[in-house]
Design a protein around this ligand. Sequence first.
Ligand SMILES: *[C@@H]1O[C@H](CO)[C@@H](O)[C@H](O)[C@H]1NC(C)=O
Ligand SMILES: *[C@@H]1O[C@H](CO)[C@@H](O)[C@H](O)[C@H]1NC(C)=O
Length: 406
Amino acid sequence: MAGILGNRAIFWSFIVLATSVIYRTYIHNFIFLTLGIGREIQPIEDFPWTCTRISHSLLEGCEDLWLDEQDRKLYAACNNLNSRKGWSPGGSLYNISARSRTDHIAVIDVDQPGSNGLYGLCHLNIGGYQDDLDLHGFDVRKVDGRLRFWLINHRPPVDHVTGEFLEALVVGANSTVEIFDLDETSNTLGHFKTVASEAILTPNGLAVEEDGLGFVVTNDHNTKTGTFRGLEMLSGGGSLAYCRSDTGKCHIAADKGLSIPNGIAHDKNGYYYVANSGSGDITVHKLVNKELIMVESINTGYPMDNLWLDADGNLIAAAFPDTIAFVKSSVDPYNVFAPATVLMINEIAEQLKTSGKNVKVTKLAEDRDANSLPSSTVAVHDMKGHKLFLAGIFSPFITICEQRPK
Ligand SMILES: *[C@@H]1O[C@H](CO)[C@@H](O)[C@H](O)[C@H]1NC(C)=O
Ligand SMILES: *[C@@H]1O[C@H](CO)[C@@H](O)[C@H](O)[C@H]1NC(C)=O
């Protein structure tokens, strides 16, 4: 009798334990992080910014931005929203016929709004490569006096014998990194190299090292397609690939403790910061013996997309305070705009030294009512110009915010 009771008690305590582990690891995260139940979202008026939307067909669907703070230009990786809605392999959208083949890098002069308020908007010429670009995250470095662009490219898969498209829903996108050099006199990107590797599986964000050779790509999932891909939002997954621009070789350098690694930034001290959309963590990595070991993990409590490290070493993250609204905006991007949050960790490298994982995460801006910010996937902080630039993969406009004098 006692033995049976004992076994039952053990059985039930096991069930209770298992349930609480599942609750804590998966369900709790889903309710409070992904759905954001109980999260306070503030209106834009609470923050010291005056924000203006800039609408133009060249500024639709800009997933990522890069600011040239010295030369006062902002570069954006954009494409029209109907194309994004059909073909966005990162969001498991694989309709090849929806591709508009109009992916481009848009450029604005951040200090010169001009009489039409479009900041001298134009796009870079890409010549023969135009048909072969399906843009997502990117990074830029000055190499030998020129700007070099590393662009994630999600081309559809092609049968190399027949030249026909393969079934993308089954095999996924043929994702690569394309390296281009900018000729500023002709505003033209010249193709330098394609980096294709099995380690570049489901690339999302990219960050280049100071020397312009090494770069790291975040793979937001463990597989290109398949039934269990969607569950990685709950269970975690994804990896970091370390690549060299000179040899074109890549390897997986981290695949533990990540949860939909998305945006990534690299600092002068050799640290990589990775935004994990599934866990709300910013993980901090350092390259040791070809591995990107995790030296710290900071919980922000928000699902995040791209990261930006500003000139003062502040880390800026575009976050989703209301994921449901963001998903709705992805379905009807011209009419539905989602609330946006911009998080900031002041002088992150300094804070990590003194406080470890207990660094202070603050809000730089937030737009509860989606009045002026886009459904943002990227936020860039301009120290010099006291501005904020925001854009989104499912937004028909970008927003420029100017800091109000105190
Ligand atoms: C794919 O996109 C094309 C072009 O926009 C559209 O006509 C077609 O209905 C889409 N297919 C599916 C399955 O959504
Ligand atoms: C993928 O892209 C690479 C680089 O352009 C190319 O060599 C390869 O044939 C492509 N593979 C498929 C399946 O499309």
